[in-house]
Design a protein around this ligand. Structure first.
Ligand code: AMP
Length: 120
């Protein structure tokens, strides 16, 4: 599968589409999810053309992998989520229900988050 350069997160990275950005550095961009599923719902995306978790692990440089993880950690602290806790989630592919084909990590927090998976 080839990376779609016009997916919505690629366009947000290129600043063609606005987003409610909360953090940016050389490795990652973090912004509010447009359809939040929790009081705090942030998306963190790596800077580069990566479709999914597997694509990222296979292709990203070690520096980018570390930088991406540290950006997630930074955002967790920005929202003071480390005390009460949070959930990190990434979806991949059809069974994962991935909608946007640019690797992203969801950060959920701000209330008890319930069961790990829906029972549907
Ligand atoms: P996923 O199912 O893991 O691919 O999640 C994609 C997420 O991106 C969903 O939670 C959407 O609400 C969110 N989303 C889609 N378009 C935008 C956008 N333009 N700005 C912010 N979040 C978005």
């Amino acid at each position: 599968m080839e990376y779609d350069k016009n997916n919505i997160f690629a366009r947000i990275l290129r600043k063609e589409v606005p987003a409610q950005v909360v953090y940016e550095d050389d490795y990652a961009l973090a912004f509010h999810d447009v359809n939040p599923k929790a009081p705090i719902h942030i998306l963190v995306i790596p800077k580069g053309e990566f479709i999914s978790f597997c694509d990222f692990v296979e292709k990203a440089s070690p520096a980018l992998m570390v930088g991406f993880e540290k950006a997630i950690h930074h955002v967790i602290h920005m929202f003071n989520l480390q005390e009460m806790g949070f959930r990190l989630l990434t979806n991949q592919g059809v069974h994962g229900g991935q909608e946007v084909p640019h690797y992203h990590m969801h950060i959920f927090g701000g209330r008890p988050l319930g069961r790990m998976l829906s029972q549907e």
